[in-house]
Design a binder for this molecule. Structure first.
Ligand code: ADP
Length: 518
């Protein structure tokens, strides 16, 4: 009878529970079987984090078909590529994405039916869709619930996500029932997300981004109350849900928290129930960890992962010996991405593949291995980043300290190589955003006559601030030769479909900035 709350597009909150939801899931499963869906068939979804999406997660995988969550924020060409590459048979779509499906329908090769996640009277008119159109609620009304779930091997695929493909086409990552269950068991543990039946869990990380970091599975396994935020992810809507639903745990990328902080500060609000909040997807700046802890009494769980790692790889939790650290030392530690959770192995190597020491200083290419780390990409037979012995080259650059805490210093393609030495863009960005007048910051490597590349700091400010002020602020916090060659103030930074700063665009835009300047 544990409650599930979900926010509707008009902002109102509705309630159901696991038992009623299971009944609907069993009906959906039967409806899918009625549409001749077989083990291994791919079923696409384009939906926010809402109840119907949750029902799809379980019904689709429960009958052995594969729940393929599609990120609607990707470019249309990428969405078309993804759906055709996966060979999705059905597409379940939230009404918000009518425009997208109207425009891409004609280019979809495998999709037989498009099912709108709505009731009959909400089905839009003037559709421009070549596939048969069905209505989700009507589908559920017309079937009985499935009595017995089918049996299939545990290595059967259960879901599918694509990486967002900042370079080249997106790549498909298949998750199996087995890998998902093991990941779920590991993620619930105290040294990972620490979730139990006493929690109220709200996944803000979207259900189309690495399965909302696995949280819909973990919450269900432990029987926690679930809260689905739907489409509204602004500061006010998130705050209202946190308070009215008494949320104790949530998870999102850093940009979401910037919006929440702005709302809390403007409206002088306090957070009453939230105990912990997992932050990942990009580096969590130190001020965010401090703010959450000092102003709002919320523990930040800094975590690292990728679509390829299901996605949890490392989680930052203090060890027994850290309990006696000073506040400053605790926050310093918390900015690292953490230790691998049980089951995951990590290592760093130089470009020749030689293992680097775990001294917290040497940084190199990060590799990862474990039962929920993908062993290859869908439809790609010659992945250069997967090794036969299970190690996967992440494309991240990191340090690992003697206690096993890993810290991401960059994505390999963003790291700045200045006169042969590496400069971490993330570290400079983290310091810059801790300045009270800086909202967002990005450091990009731009061409330099003598040093090949030098850092340029781009800042979105909250109020008027001078270059000199920022330079002075950075001065004793970074090595001299890491100091950006210049600082530019800009109106806004471009973001990727998963909320990260889009550095490729910035790098292109500013590549010749220093050359032109001199
Ligand atoms: P996409 O690029 O599609 O958003 P992922 O969500 O799989 O794909 O992104 C994974 C990447 O996100 C990692 O390789 C890493 O570069 C970055 N990342 C994830 N968590 C963190 C973190 N806590 N700190 C820094 N970078 C992170």
């Amino acid at each position: 009878n544990t409650e599930i709350s979900y926010s509707l597009p008009n902002g109102s909150i509705k309630k159901t529970n696991y038992s009623q939801t299971l009944t609907r899931i069993k009906k959906l499963a039967n409806a899918l079987l009625g549409l001749d869906i077989k083990v291994g068939d791919k079923i696409g979804t384009m939906a926010w984090s809402n109840l119907r999406h949750f029902e799809l997660y379980y019904a689709v995988s429960g009958i052995g078909s594969v729940c393929h969550t599609i990120n609607p924020r990707l470019f249309q060409e990428q969405i078309i590529f993804i759906i055709n590459d996966a060979q999705d048979k059905l597409l379940f779509i939230d009404l918000d994405f009518i425009e997208i499906i109207n425009q891409i329908s004609i280019k979809l090769k495998s999709v037989e039916k498009v099912i709108f996640l709505c009731s009959k009277n909400e089905i839009p008119k003037n559709l421009n869709i070549k596939q048969e159109v069905l209505c989700y609620e009507e589908m559920l009304e017309s079937v009985n619930k499935l009595e017995i779930w089918p049996d299939f091997p545990e290595n059967t695929a259960s879901s599918l996500c694509y990486t967002s493909g900042t370079t080249g086409n997106p790549k498909g990552v298949l998750y199996a029932h087995r890998s998902t269950i093991i990941h779920t068991l590991a993620a619930a543990n105290p040294d990972a997300l620490n979730l139990s039946s006493k929690d109220v869990v709200m996944p803000i990380a979207p259900m189309f981004h690495a399965n909302a970091w696995g949280i819909p599975y973990v919450a269900t396994m432990v029987g926690a109350k679930l809260v689905f935020p739907g489409r509204h992810l602004d500061g006010k809507s998130i705050y209202n849900l946190l308070e009215t639903e008494k949320v104790t745990f949530t998870a999102a990328v850093p940009t979401i928290w910037l919006m929440l902080f702005e709302y809390l500060e403007k409206n002088k609000k306090k957070i009453s129930y939230l105990k912990s909040c997992a932050i990942g997807g990009s580096a969590c700046p130190r001020f965010m960890i401090e703010n959450f802890s000092e102003k709002y009494g919320v523990e930040v769980i800094h975590a690292w992962g990728m679509t390829e790692t299901s996605p949890l790889g490392t989680v930052n939790k203090p060890l027994l010996k850290h309990l006696k650290l000073s506040k400053k030392e605790k926050f310093d530690l918390a900015t690292k991405q953490g230790r691998p959770i049980f089951g995951v192995d990590i290592k760093i190597t130089d470009d020749e593949g030689k293992k680097l020491p775990h001294d917290g200083k040497s940084f190199g290419n990060l590799w990862v291995k474990g039962p929920w780390i993908c062993s290859g990409y869908l439809n790609i037979s010659d992945s250069k980043t997967h090794q036969a012995d299970g190690w996967f080259l992440t494309g991240d650059v990191a340090t690992i300290d003697a206690d096993g805490y890993m810290q991401i210093t960059d994505r390999a393609k963003d790291v700045i190589k200045s006169g042969g030495e590496w400069i971490s863009t993330i570290e400079i960005e983290n310091i810059a955003v801790s300045h009270s007048k800086v909202l967002e910051a990005a450091v990009v490597g731009v061409l330099h006559k003598k040093w090949d590349e030098r850092p340029l700091l781009l800042i979105v400010a909250t109020e008027k601030v001078s270059k000199e002020e920022i330079f002075a602020y950075l001065k004793d916090k970074i090595a001299k030769w890491w100091m950006p060659d210049d600082i530019l103030f800009i109106k806004g930074l471009p973001h990727t479909a998963t909320g990260k700063i889009k550095k490729v665009n910035l790098k292109e835009q500013y590549r010749d900035y220093l050359l032109n300047k001199s």
